[in-house]
Design a protein around this ligand. Structure first.
Ligand code: ZN
Length: 249
């Protein structure tokens, strides 16, 4: 016989499903479990899988063998070591999730997105000592109420058991939105945008760090942040994001 508390709990869960039936995270179609996607949205999510460039995580359209690096990474090597992403930003579904998390305060989305990130970044996370989210400038934080990168990093930390340190980097320059800027303009914009919090220097020295952000566009932001961490003697800096812009690799 089921003990009464367990019975009540399962009744409670069923009641919750009746009041809030599980719906697809993107299109709100009915689905079987909470925090999941319907088959159509899953199929159109643009999940990034191997083969991809080992440095930039950009998908290849054919397998070039283990450890292959894209021309883009060879021509303009990033400051960070490796980047991994869950999905392509040119997928409407992935973009919609990233936008709702960032601009519409849908903080509960950090839970499923962070879990997918922990899976996509599993290789980086097994070698990582520390997770560092890309900080917002404090003025931006006031208007936006929460830092989406920190919210994602919190879930990734819980899923991977890699410690999280939110105060390592400080954003000292309130950078304007980067939309519509060229690659060079973005890099110039981000110059000097971050500073190391001197009190956290010991946490960085000799460590493998994974920078966490929601979206990777040209890499200007994560490169600027990685530069600060490497100057503080981090052993290696990798990058984990939810969605990334995919250019021809
Ligand atoms: Zn759907």
């Amino acid at each position: 016989m089921t003990p009464l508390p367990a019975l009540l709990r399962s009744m409670g869960a069923r009641l919750l499903d009746i009041v809030y039936p599980p719906v697809c995270l993107v299109c709100r179609e009915a689905v079987a479990t909470h925090d999941s996607l319907c088959p159509a949205c899953w199929g159109a999510m643009g999940f990034i899988e191997r083969p991809y460039c080992e440095r930039l995580g950009l998908p290849f359209d054919r397998d070039l063998g283990a450890g292959a690096v894209s021309l883009a990474a060879g021509a303009d090597p990033p400051v960070f070591a490796r980047a991994r992403a869950v999905a392509r930003y040119d997928s409407d579904k992935a973009r919609s999730l990233a936008h709702r998390l960032k601009y519409y305060d849908r903080m509960e989305l950090a839970e499923p997105l962070g879990r997918w990130m922990a899976r996509a970044g599993a290789e980086l996370l097994t070698e990582a000592d520390l997770l560092v989210p890309i900080p917002l400038h404090r003025l931006r934080l006031v208007s936006r109420r929460f830092n989406q990168s920190a919210a994602l990093a919190r879930v990734v930390s819980r899923e991977s058991a890699v410690p999280l340190e939110t105060m390592v980097l400080e954003r000292v320059k309130p950078t304007p939105p980067q939309v519509g800027l060229s690659r060079t303009q973005r890099a110039a914009n981000m110059q000097g945008a971050f500073r190391l919090n001197a009190e956290k220097a010991a946490a960085v020295h000799g460590r493998n760090i994974v920078l966490v952000d929601d979206v990777l566009t040209t890499g200007a932001t994560v490169n600027a942040a990685a530069r600060v961490l490497l100057r503080a003697r981090a052993a290696r800096v990798d990058v984990l994001v939810f969605a990334r812009v995919v250019e021809a690799a």
